[in-house]
Design a protein around this ligand. Structure first.
Ligand code: ZN
Length: 438
């Protein structure tokens, strides 16, 4: 079965619920850029897709960086002057500054304040903060809770370790006819945050499940990597493999009810850019397209000038642009099954365009071939728009000189990619058209 037929079989509402179920299962885990939270996350994903899990030792140099020490945490709390636990990691892993070094001290409120992080504009929410590359300890809490604290001596306890260990990532390769690859990547380093980043993990997992059921032209490489350092590490260890990557998408923030937003690759006019934009334009739904910028998710690394891969990022509301971003409000209430299903369907539609696109050669380029003699003219059954299909065949034959892709022809003819590619399939069946192998 090819991707086109798989897409016709899919039941979006059931898949949205399944994706939401996976997000709910992963939500409580305390993830970070290294450590057992990522391992546990990948272990759960392995029950659904045959991921390979890679462990890269601390200290390995990766371009201008090195693989950091591994962080793990068991317990963390603050007790007030009466000895009552007022903040507890048990209740939410967001309460601990991610990558906090261990601490066990008694401190006055004034001193404690320097280690407390809040969101003054959203006084009920707990922020998500990290301290990956600077040794520090801290706690995150709501502004309202901070305001309620009284003077006195507080006991702080963080039972964490920051030791030599590994950076863990997951990878799945789904072979196609060609060695040429499509890269699909998501970050796996955020703790209890649903839209950024569990929605992206669920999306790439479900893409993997569907791609495994299909026969594809491209080989698919799916990465579940810690943000930034994971992408840098993967690129450093796999530099030569990147030559095979033809197209790619970084998945994140795909579960909120906002509309879809595509951030172009650094190249700006790569085939992936045009494929995504075509799918969004044909959807009839509102969408945004923005130019590449060297900020955001791991497209920053894939599109760094030494690689300049054709990798864009397809999200719903982009990072930092929804109020719940990086806070306790990015929770299981923010992500919605219908939005997840719509994002997945859009990704599959984009991959379907990539699978079917290409340049072709008209085998009868001197004057029009006789379509009627081949049963292609005026007698196309089963198509609601046979006139459109005939016109599409004429466009495909005329422009299939090896230079114009089906996406080019669709744009020039003002006809949908779907009708153009259906026309190409019919012409191939009669021998009038061949895929350009060059
Ligand atoms: Zn984030």
């Amino acid at each position: 079965m090819d991707l086109k037929h798989l897409r016709e079989k899919i039941e979006p509402s059931a898949i949205g619920d399944d994706m939401y179920g996976l997000i709910s299962e992963l939500y409580p885990i305390c993830r970070s850029i290294t450590g057992d939270g990522v391992r546990e996350t990948l272990r759960i994903l392995k029950t659904r897709i045959p991921l390979a899990v890679h462990e890269v030792p601390t200290g390995i140099p990766v371009f201008d960086w090195s693989v950091p020490r591994e962080w793990n945490i068991r317990e963390a709390w603050i007790k007030d002057p009466d000895g009552t636990k007022i903040i507890d990691f048990e209740n939410s892993n967001l309460h601990v500054l991610n990558y906090s070094v261990p601490v066990h001290e008694k401190v006055e409120l004034e001193e404690l304040r320097a280690h407390l992080f809040t969101l003054p504009d959203q006084p009920d929410w707990v922020p998500y903060r990290t301290s990956y590359y600077r040794e520090d300890w801290g706690f995150c809490l709501s502004q309202n809770q901070l305001d309620s604290l009284t003077e006195g001596e507080y006991e702080v306890f963080i039972d964490s370790t920051l030791d030599d260990g590994h950076l863990t990532y997951g990878e799945l390769i789904i072979p196609g006819e060609l060695p040429d690859e499509v890269l699909l990547s998501c970050h796996v380093c955020h703790p209890s945050l649903a839209n950024d980043n569990l929605s992206g993990i669920a999306l790439v997992t479900f893409l993997a499940r569907h791609l495994q059921e299909c026969s594809t032209r491209y080989t698919y490489r799916l990465l579940f990597i810690p943000g930034t350092i994971g992408a840098i590490t993967w690129l450093a260890l796999n530099e030569r493999r990147t030559e095979r990557i033809r197209h790619g998408l970084v998945a994140a923030c795909v579960g909120d009810p906002g509309h879809l937003c595509y951030k172009r690759s650094r190249r700006g006019d790569a085939e992936i850019d045009r494929a995504v934009e075509h799918v969004l334009e044909s959807s009839g739904e509102p969408f945004d397209v923005v130019e590449f910028s060297p900020y955001g998710y791991d497209e920053r690394q894939f599109c760094s000038p030494g690689f300049d891969l054709a990798v864009g990022s397809l999200t719903r509301t982009p990072h930092g642009q929804f109020p719940e971003y990086h806070s306790s409000a990015d929770n299981l209430q923010l992500v919605q099954p219908a939005a997840l299903a719509d994002s997945l369907a859009t990704y599959l539609a984009v991959l379907d365009v990539l699978e079917r696109n290409g340049t072709f050669l008209n085998q009868n380029p001197k004057c029009e071939p006789q379509l009627g003699r081949r049963g292609l003219y005026g007698m196309v059954g089963g198509y609601s728009d046979s006139k459109g299909l005939e016109l599409a065949m004429l466009w495909v034959l005329n422009l299939s000189d090896g230079d114009h892709s089906l996406l080019d022809i669709s744009g020039r003819a003002g006809l949908s990619f779907d009708v153009i590619s259906s026309a190409a399939e019919m012409l191939i069946e009669t021998g009038l058209l061949e895929r350009n192998q060059a």
